[in-house]
Ligand binder design. Structure first.
Ligand code: 9MR
Ligand code: ZN
Length: 548
């Protein structure tokens, strides 16, 4: 079967067969464990796979939850610590099967980390490493500069951004930064990880990120400016990547791409120094060249799609946070005071200092400064650290108001809401690391539980993980490969109250509570696409929670 043609006819929505909601990957033995029950009942049981009752309790009301539109009750079974497979049962209804054990996140950590390999562009995926999801070499032809078609460039490599085959520098820098900071803060959990990828010798996650870094390096021009993106003019049809043979273009330099490039190359230079000196030096020089470009071009150079192009824009309104991030990473790498001056003056602009996104990147710049070994201005250090603590405190309050224990308000359910869910969990992880506030761990776990099925749709938002999981993301190869089981480890964008595509508006009635505005259907790009920077924060959170 080769389903080459994409069918937008609404299909009946698959709905969860479960009415009690749990993390379908499971729970650590010593963690708090709470199933969410959206109906009133007097008691609940936790049964093992032979149907034997292993724990019983009384659900506690958590009141009305605005984001799901339900009254919810919590079934706390934290007292059950024995490893095994279980279900929660109440009022004649049941949850999905889940496990309790010390290794419950091994599989999902491995799959979400491996997802980047499946998105590699330009190399082809062989059966040995990709299993049934192998495919041919894609996007290998030379690209043309959009603004001067007489110039051809080699920009092969890197990861496909998402469900589309575009490659965008700011989006890639964000994903790489999540992964590199995860490695930096939790190196042990990556040292042992075996992702079955072609490269050997250094931790697999670093080989994987290197694949993206090598592509970044090709996106820098001779003056140090960095091209914003490499894509075809229009999004490809739903074909395999090797069948997307439309002409590839390289779009103009933006100051955001240049700054993010400098930042991530500087960050990577420091990390790869211990593994590959040559690469580390190459990254250092490239970063330096791009910050020089930034100095020469103090004005903001944004990006908007030119006429005749409909691929991703990733436009930003300003580049303040990007410049701050670049100077902060350069200072962290070199200790050169000229970068300290520049990062301090970049801070005169007003932007969020805990943001870990693809547009607002202030949190990465803050982390660079906080974690670096160079001399620091103590007041600035405290200010930046306390931003994370204050943010975590705010998020704890919000999480307390939500029946599912996540710091998500109605407005947070926008396009790619699962990124918000995971970057909030990152804030908890970072606050735990910086302040030793271990209460953060339980909050981060609840955010992960929500992603993995403890949500009002009872669905795991990660392909290949959980008994009832998304399987039909808006992801070209997953559609075109004819394989029923989706490429595993991909995080779906998730619920989006705005229902920002025609399919979503057709199948999800207006007024649906935002946490329920989701459909596992290829047609819905605003609910069910995948992207590298929705996967990467999940990897960060899993690395934090991972138990050795
Ligand atoms: O992730 C982006 C989301 O936050 C925006 O709301 C949306 C609309 O501008 O665009 C998303 O980014 C898409 C990008 O432009 C192209 N590749 C797929 C991305 C995910 O949908
Ligand atoms: Zn490709």
């Amino acid at each position: 079967m080769n389903r080459k043609y994409f069918d937008m006819t609404p299909k009946p929505l698959r709905t969860t067969p479960f009415s009690i909601f749990v993390d379908q990957a499971g729970y650590y033995p010593d963690s708090r464990k709470k199933a969410v029950i959206p109906f009133e009942c007097d008691s609940f049981d936790v049964t093992d796979i032979n149907g034997k009752v292993r724990f019983s309790g009384q659900p506690v009301s958590a009141g009305y939850d605005e984001t799901s539109g339900d009254n919810v009750w919590l079934a706390d079974f934290s007292g059950l610590r024995e490893a095994g497979n279980y279900c929660v049962k109440a009022g004649g209804r049941t949850s999905a099967m889940f496990r309790i054990g010390g290794d419950v996140y091994d599989d999902v950590f491995s799959k979400t980390s491996k997802a980047f390999y499946y998105l590699r562009c330009g190399c082809g995926l062989d059966e040995h490493h990709a299993g049934v999801w192998y495919h041919g070499k894609c996007h290998t032809a030379p690209a043309k500069l959009w603004d001067d078609r007489s110039v051809t460039l080699d920009v092969t490599g890197g990861w496909h951004d998402a469900g589309d085959y575009g490659r965008y520098v700011t989006a890639g820098a964000c994903a790489a930064a999540h992964l590199l900071y995860a490695f930096r803060l939790f190196p042990d959990v990556f040292e042992k990880q075996d992702l079955n990828i072609p490269e050997k010798g250094i931790p697999d996650i670093l080989s994987e990120v290197r694949y993206e870094l090598e592509w970044f390096l090709k996106m820098q021009n001779s003056e140090g400016g960095v091209y914003h993106k490499a894509t075809t003019a229009m999004h490809a049809p739903f074909v395999m990547p090797e069948d997307d043979t439309a002409e590839m273009f390289v779009f103009p330099v933006s100051s955001m791409a240049t700054a993010d490039f400098a930042a991530v190359c500087a960050l990577a230079s420091g990390i790869y120094r211990a593994y590959n000196k040559e690469l580390s030096e190459k990254l250092h020089k490239a970063a330096e060249k791009s910050v020089e470009w930034l100095d020469k071009h103090p004005q903001f150079i944004g990006f908007e799609n030119p006429e005749g192009c409909n691929t991703g824009g990733y436009g930003e309104r300003d580049d303040h946070s990007n410049r701050f991030w670049a100077y902060s990473e350069m200072y962290a790498l070199t200790g050169d005071l000229k970068y300290h001056e520049k990062l301090v003056s970049a801070l005169e602009a007003d932007f969020p200092l805990t943001a870990l996104g693809y547009g607002e990147v202030g949190g990465f710049g803050a982390l660079a400064y906080i974690l670096c070994k160079q001399g620091k201005d103590v007041n600035l250090l405290h200010k930046l650290k306390n931003m994370f603590r204050r943010c975590a405190d705010e998020l704890k309050k919000k999480a307390g108001k939500c029946g599912y224990g996540v710091a998500m308000e109605s407005a947070d359910y926008c396009w790619g809401s699962n990124m918000g869910l995971m970057t909030k969990a990152m804030i908890f992880a970072i606050t735990d690391v910086l302040f030793g506030d271990h209460t953060c761990r339980e909050y981060a776990e609840r955010h992960l539980h929500c992603l993995l099925g403890e949500n009002p749709l009872g669905i795991s938002y990660i392909t290949g993980v959980g008994e009832f999981r998304c399987n039909y993301p808006h992801l070209r190869p997953a559609f075109a490969d004819g394989v029923e089981e989706c490429i595993p480890g991909m995080v779906a964008g998730g619920p989006n109250g705005h229902r920002s595509d025609p399919f979503a508006r057709t199948v999800i009635p207006e007024g649906t509570p935002p946490m329920k505005c989701y459909a596992d259907d290829t047609a819905s790009y605003s609910l069910n696409e995948i992207t590298i920077y929705w996967n990467s924060p999940a990897v960060f959170v899993l690395a934090y929670l991972f138990k050795k």
